[in-house]
Design a binder for this molecule. Structure first.
Ligand code: UFG
Length: 331
């Protein structure tokens, strides 16, 4: 049985779907502050899923989960705030929730002798790139509190391994994209800040805002490495296998090693929608590095992971989800 914190959220729910489809029992622990009960209800149709509402900031909430569920073999930890701009404005909220919440989780794990964890880390732990593509040896100097919370947790996990033998795999995501291939679940953020859903949602009343066309890149817009959410979910399952096979604490970049500019993503979205999307050019958004591309060789060789879906596929599934989602909430 696997405990998934934040399993009602975007990436977490795709892992839960993948686990259930492999007939693995899952407990989702989520505060539902950002996750959605509708997502849990959908997931429950696909396997043995127990949902527990709680907040990691209350240690008794998470203790209770271990106390009343004896067969938890490992934890996959997604629950966190993840908006860069918000973290700059309100670092207190980020350090308290992400770092303190994780400490409560790790301490409860130790108390109940659960010693394996896969953790959602981020490319934001690297900060402004010194070279590209970014491998795992790249210096980690976050430029915002969000990235710093994730880096602090990575460091805490190293110390917890040395002192208590708690084994962790930290997965540093680049830009997560797409939705479930059958449009059952998908990206559902309120407010939405991410590129692909924002392009797809644009209308003549609310055009898409492109932030910055004067970057030092081939077409002047930022370049990112868009990794499909189902490929990402598979990497978590391989990370769990790695830990189950006695793997040591480790960390891996999850990306495709391919960069796409904002203009390229916009063009793919127009192609998938088969229509012109209203566009407005805006100044740069604060804190956006020009280029972020992952060197994914370590995950490929050590986890035997291989991303299979390209950007077109991610945009297509994101669009199908947008339509399915609209139909659902319109009911
Ligand atoms: N962008 C726009 N308009 C929008 C939204 C985004 O032009 O409405 C641009 C951004 O300026 C950026 C690119 O699209 O150049 C990608 O932006 P996203 O917000 O989709 O993704 P980020 O690269 O900013 O952030 C993602 C995750 C973060 C994580 C970061 C790590 O969302 O959690 O990658 O690099 F920290």
């Amino acid at each position: 049985m696997i405990l998934v914190t934040g399993g009602a959220g975007y990436v977490g729910s795709h892992l839960v779907m993948a686990l259930l489809e492999k007939n693995i029992d899952v407990i989702v622990f989520d505060s539902l502050e950002l996750g959605h009960i509708e997502t849990i209800e959908t997931l429950k149709q696909y396997g043995n899923l127990k949902f527990i509402k709680g907040n990691l900031k209350n240690i008794d909430d998470i203790r209770g989960v271990f106390m009343s569920n004896k067969g938890i073999e490992a934890v996959v930890h997604f629950a966190a705030y993840s908006q860069v701009a918000e973290s700059v404005k309100n670092p207190q909220k980020y350090y308290y929730n992400n770092v303190y919440g994780t400490l409560n989780l790790l301490n409860a794990m130790l108390e109940f002798d659960v010693k394996k964890i896969v953790f959602s880390s981020t490319a934001a732990t690297y900060g402004e790139p010194v070279y590209t593509p970014i491998d795992e040896k790249h210096p980690q100097n976050p430029i915002n509190p969000y990235g710093m919370t994730k880096l602090m947790i990575e460091r805490i996990m190293d110390d917890y391994d040395k002192a208590y033998g708690l084994k962790s795999v930290r997965l540093r995501y680049f830009n997560v994209a797409g939705a479930d291939s059958k449009a059952r679940i998908g990206e559902w953020h309120e407010p939405e800040t991410h590129l692909i859903p924002n392009v797809l949602k644009a209308t003549s009343d609310k055009s898409f805002k492109m932030f910055g066309t004067d970057y030092d890149t081939a077409d002047g817009t930022c370049v990112r490495d868009y990794i499909n959410v189902e490929d990402l979910a598979k990497a978590h399952i391989l990370a769990l296998d790695y830990l189950n096979n006695g793997g040591e604490t480790n960390y891996f970049n999850l990306g495709t090693k391919t960069g796409n500019s904002v203009k390229e993503v916009f063009a793919v979205c127009e192609e998938v929608k088969n229509s012109k999307i209203p566009l407005e050019i805006y100044p740069r958004r604060e804190g956006d590095p020009a280029t972020l591309v992952a060197d994914n060789s370590k995950a490929k060789s050590m986890l035997n992971w291989k991303p299979v879906h390209n950007l077109e596929y991610s945009v297509k599934t994101a669009y199908e989800w947008e339509n399915a989602f609209k139909n659902k909430i319109a009911k």
